[in-house]
Write a protein that binds this ligand. Structure first.
Ligand SMILES: [Zn+2]
Length: 259
């Protein structure tokens, strides 16, 4: 699933190609997404100029000169491309001669104009050790489940939660309320660090999740993971999966470096 660094990579590519351009045409695929695109999102789209391309968590926001905005979420398997493969195109628009295609084989993505309630942006000053500590304290749920909760922190998914917990020395299945203040501080720092490194690498591309940026280039972060997608951790120890999946996901950790 595209997480914050992949969506940010897409955002930057869109900004380079379509910022300031006028949308001359659009087309909704048949079938489109599982959730239909609301009419209000499409109203006035043609003829609008794209005045800003923002990101919030895993959502892309295209602000439009007619006053509205287009909010896109790539779901489980969605991608955006400027060219190539026509398969599974759920939505496309042309702005300044560039055609932007949203592909989504599984149709879980969405296009609309509303954002759900989201927690702090992890790379902003609003995401701080004390705010993370208070979000974790008193909660019985595994710490990783809370990191995946978009109301606790926006944009973190399985890959980057796994990496940050490893680097902070915290087992993913530890009850959140047993994370100390100092550990929450370390975890907050590691989340920021791992997301920044992944953005610099253009996101993560794995065999089973073939992320490519809209220009068709794969991300390079998979080459740098310490845990995710590996059998042996960066520490040299054999990795284990938690006894139960967390939020439906297999969760790897190092039994010697994480407690
Ligand atoms: Zn280890």
């Amino acid at each position: 699933m595209p997480e914050l660094p992949e969506v940010e990579t897409v955002r930057r590519a869109l900004e380079r190609r379509v910022l300031g351009r006028v949308i001359t045409d659009y087309e909704v695929g048949r079938p489109a997404f599982n959730r239909p695109i609301p009419a209000e999102a499409l109203r006035g789209l043609k003829g609008s100029r794209i005045t800003a391309v923002h990101r919030r968590g895993k959502y892309l926001l295209l602000h439009l000169s007619q006053g509205g905005r287009l909010v896109c979420h790539l779901g489980m398997s969605g991608s955006i491309s400027f060219s190539g493969d026509e398969g599974h195109v759920r939505f496309r628009f042309t702005a300044g001669g560039v055609t932007v295609r949203i592909h989504d084989p599984r149709r879980f993505g969405r296009v609309g104009c509303r954002l759900p309630e989201l927690g702090p942006e992890p790379l902003s000053p609003a995401f701080r050790p004390d705010s993370l500590f208070s979000a974790l304290s008193g909660r019985r749920a595994p710490v990783k489940a809370l990191l995946l909760d978009q109301a606790v922190v926006a944009g973190v998914g399985n890959i980057y939660a796994t990496e940050a917990l490893y680097r902070a020395g915290i087992r993913p299945d530890r009850p959140a309320r047993r994370v100390t203040r100092a550990e929450a501080g370390r975890l907050c720092r590691e989340i920021k660090l791992v997301l920044r490194r992944a953005i610099r690498a253009g996101g993560t591309t794995l065999n089973d999740q073939a992320f490519k940026d809209p220009e068709g280039r794969p991300g390079r972060f998979a080459l740098m993971t310490a845990v995710y997608g590996r059998e042996t951790g960066a520490c040299g120890h054999a990795l284990k999966a938690t006894a139960r999946p967390i939020a439906g996901r297999t969760s790897l950790y190092c039994p010697r470096c994480q407690a």
